[in-house]
Design a protein around this ligand. Sequence first.
Ligand SMILES: Nc1ncnc2c1ncn2[C@@H]1O[C@H](COP(=O)(O)OP(=O)(O)OP(=O)(O)O)[C@@H](O)[C@H]1O
Ligand SMILES: Cc1cn([C@H]2C[C@H](O)[C@@H](COP(=O)(O)O)O2)c(=O)[nH]c1=O
Length: 202
Amino acid sequence: MQGKFITFEGIDGAGKSTHIGFVTDFLAGRGKTVVASREPGGTPLGEKLRDVLLHETMHLETEALLMFASRREHIAQVIAPQLAMGHWVLSDRFTDASFAYQSGGRGLSREKMEALEAWVHPALQPDLTLLFDVPLEVARERLAASRTLDKFEREQAEFFARCRAEYLRRAAQFPGRFVVVDSTRSIEAIQRELADVLERLL
Ligand SMILES: Nc1ncnc2c1ncn2[C@@H]1O[C@H](COP(=O)(O)OP(=O)(O)OP(=O)(O)O)[C@@H](O)[C@H]1O
Ligand SMILES: Cc1cn([C@H]2C[C@H](O)[C@@H](COP(=O)(O)O)O2)c(=O)[nH]c1=O
């Protein structure tokens, strides 16, 4: 039996991390074994790469390659073995984030991104991608109220406008796996929608 792979996406401050605990509890309540993880990160090596990626300035191709290096390790150590055991894997970001940030935000060509995707996970795609979508101003306000900003979170509004546009372009390109969640609503309203979406996946 193969488990299911759910990814959580959105610009920084959209609210995706807030809902991972809810989804974990919801699925556990339906008898599933759930592993929640994140990118970059999710393994000891990936967490070291995360620290570098979130705090060091680097060439945009170095950034893309390190994101995929972290991802390769995450797939090998966590995602593939957990799915093979029939467990459900929730990842706070996956390859759609590389398209949104490194291609949409920074301008790396989609062809290079597609080549990395084809190399690192030719046969793996999420069963469901929850895209938490909010206007930039809402995301900025939420972030400002919550913590010290990292390298990405300090980017200008135009950068996030391009990331958001690329996320929405990918949601339109892959309607079978994306659900776009209006994240301007209350946490409770969003969780009611998530429960409906998850019921359909079970
Ligand atoms: N629907 C919501 N309404 C009001 N506040 C929210 C909502 N969702 C999340 N928040 C708040 O916004 C802040 C950012 O949320 P969260 O950390 O989940 O965002 P994120 O998208 O995971 O950000 P990042 O990608 O930077 O980690 C938190 O303080 C959280 O409590
Ligand atoms: C996977 C991935 C992530 N990023 C960026 C997006 C965020 O700004 C950070 C991760 O921080 P979060 O608060 O845990 O969401 O990394 C990226 O640029 N490219 C990627 O592939």
